[in-house]
Design a protein around this ligand. Structure first.
Ligand SMILES: Cc1cc2nc3c(=O)[nH]c(=O)nc-3n(C[C@H](O)[C@H](O)[C@H](O)COP(=O)(O)O)c2cc1C
Length: 207
């Protein structure tokens, strides 16, 4: 089993990474493989609503990691998305990345893969950013994995984050909870069929 961890921060080894690494270490201890994708400071275009992905399953823009990520996540069993908090939301490059990633997978490619969001902030806005990230999972039939508190760490440097003992424990609990759910799903696959899906209804609020 494998969990993909997307680090939305421009800092590959920063605060968000410090939190994600704590989750990843527990997953590895539990026998679950992990792989990081770092958004870094690459240029990420926003979704232009061209709807090409509805036909191809991939984004029309091929010059960043979105399409690679579609393939990696299709093969992975679980997902964790980490973001620094920028103005009480996830950082803009990550949102551009996730809009295109999830829009291209609207057909249900990621359904039933457990997912969780993790945020890192200096002081405030963590729960608003956390809520925004969870929206991607809850529109995609992805079971959301929780912890003992909302998944946030506090700090402006990795050293400060490591001093947030409660935050780091929240990350470890998240890792154990994710591992438990992945093992439950793996066991259930042999006996419990995935839910049947009705044809999609889209009313756009107009009858
Ligand atoms: C543009 C920008 C906006 C920020 N907005 C917030 C904020 O609203 N609340 C907060 O607590 N920290 C804010 N911060 C601080 C970062 O969220 C915080 O330092 C975070 O832990 C950095 O994570 P990283 O090292 O993974 O990039 C902001 C930082 C930047 C660069």
């Amino acid at each position: 089993m494998k969990v993909l961890l997307i680090n939305g921060s421009p800092h590959a080894g920063g605060c968000t990474y410090t939190a994600l690494s704590e989750v990843a270490a527990v997953l590895e201890q539990e026998g679950i493989e992990t792989e990081f994708i770092h958004i870094g400071s690459q240029e990420i275009r926003g979704c232009t609503a061209c709807h090409t992905c509805a036909k191809t399953g991939y984004c029309i823009f091929k010059d960043d990691a979105v399409n690679t990520c579609i393939d990696k996540l299709s093969e992975a069993d679980g997902l964790i998305v980490g973001s620094p908090v920028y103005y009480a939301g996830p950082n803009g490059a990550l949102l551009a990345f996730l809009d295109r990633l999830f829009f291209a997978a609207k057909s249900g490619k990621f359904a039933f893969k457990p997912a969780a969001a993790v945020v890192s902030c200096r002081r405030g806005g963590a729960s608003a950013a956390f809520d925004r990230l969870n929206k991607y999972f809850t529109i995609s039939s992805m079971p959301v994995v929780s912890s003992q508190y909302w998944n946030a760490v506090h700090g402006n440097t990795p050293a400060e984050v490591r001093q947030d003992f409660e935050g780091m424990q929240i990350m470890r609990t998240l890792g154990h909870n994710m591992a438990w759910l992945l093992k439950c799903i793996d066991t259930a696959k042999k006996t419990v069929p995935y839910p049947t899906k009705e044809p999609r209804i889209g009313t756009n609020f107009i009858r």
